[in-house]
Design a protein around this ligand. Sequence first.
Ligand code: F0G
Length: 457
Amino acid sequence: MEPYRIKVVEPIPQLTRQQREEALKRVHYNLFDLRAEEVTIDLLTDSGTGALSAAQLAAGMAGDESYSGSRSFYRFHEAVTELTGYAHILPAHQGRAAERILFNTLLEPGRIVLANTHFDTTRANVELSGAEARDLPCAEARNLDSAEHFKGNIDLDALSRTLDGPDGSRVAMVVMTITNNGGGGQPVSMDNLKRTSALCRRHGVPFFLDAARFAENAWLVTRHEPEYRDRTPRQVAEEAFRLADGCMMSAKKDAIVHIGGFIGLNDPELAQRCELLLIATEGFATYGGLAGRDLDMMAQGLTEVTEPAYLAERADVAAHLAHRVRSAGVDIIEPPGMHALYLNAGRLLPHIPAHHFPGHALACQLYLEGGIRSAELGSLYLGEEDEDGNPTKSAPYELVRLALPRRVYTRSHYDHVGETLAEIAKRADSVYGFRIVEQSPILRHFRATLEPVPVHG
Ligand code: F0G
């Protein structure tokens, strides 16, 4: 059961099917353009959408809004230092701000960043600095159906070959995303972190964690890595941070705050250069674009997120929804992670070709049938066409992500999601695809307008 009770509630919108149909037409079938008040269950993201605890709100009320040297900064600083062990901690307003500052300081054209899988903003910030972002996911990650436990790992052979090979001298850093959001929310084992850390040390290459979901990764390590069975998630997390030279953190996930992030570093010279860019572009080094109350709520959230009862329930809820989804006849990336389920829309809707976006088709049905908002991760997101609109590249898989906000929805909300999917799956062959009407040159899934393509025969 949930290890908390509910003290403050917010009504959720309940629309008729006709109202949803009209809303979807009005936004030209782009779910990002819906008003949140038109959505009943919002599973678009687990980022910044969590519920604060009473202790976090109280900490926020005690926030010190001094421009520099606030009490809030020192509380935040102590909490992050104890957790991570890094010598230098810089607050930033969210994960991508931390990425931009670190990469602009460390990277330049011609350099390469290696990762288990870069998250999209991480990749964008690497590329904006002129460097190349290269993913080296482990081989097990390619089999969506296999239930192996650490499919978020980096491919150690490929990493070693790259560091030893002709590109080795161009590698500026290695990033491990824990858990691996771009790779189905799968965790990384401590063994894989240790071996990566050792390889990086041997080659003198800095090793960083993208630690947005560090606590969920630590929980899955205590469940599935025998050596860590008797350790607490907090102990695992502390050890993981200490295997790396630094981290970037989006606190909107595993610090359970609405806004926040930070950079942790050991290298004093790098820290000094990052700090100057932080002051120029985010805010003074003791607030980094955040209010004092945000820093206090982050410090409190970082202590709550590794509590075993909280993490156990979060894993249970994900498993509960996974069970409902599978019973509905819909496949997911196995095994279910903790922050999201990734539905295999390509397999559910084989009659819709990639260039008519099966993932988007399923996401639209989830909204129409149940008022549920999700995110397409398929060819609308990753595909490309030539100037005449002919498809030139499709995504490797047509997926839909159901992200699970922290402490927000209960099992009965997720049962509604399962029931809605079951209804859609029963008449999957009548689900129709889409074509793009207009799109932007980059990041098209955010701004594209679409129209339905009727099912033939
Ligand atoms: N790294 C990872 C692994 C992420 O999942 C995200 C954001 C970021 C970095 C960027 O952090 O949003 O605070 O700037 N992921 C969100 C998501 C947006 O929906 O998965 P941010």
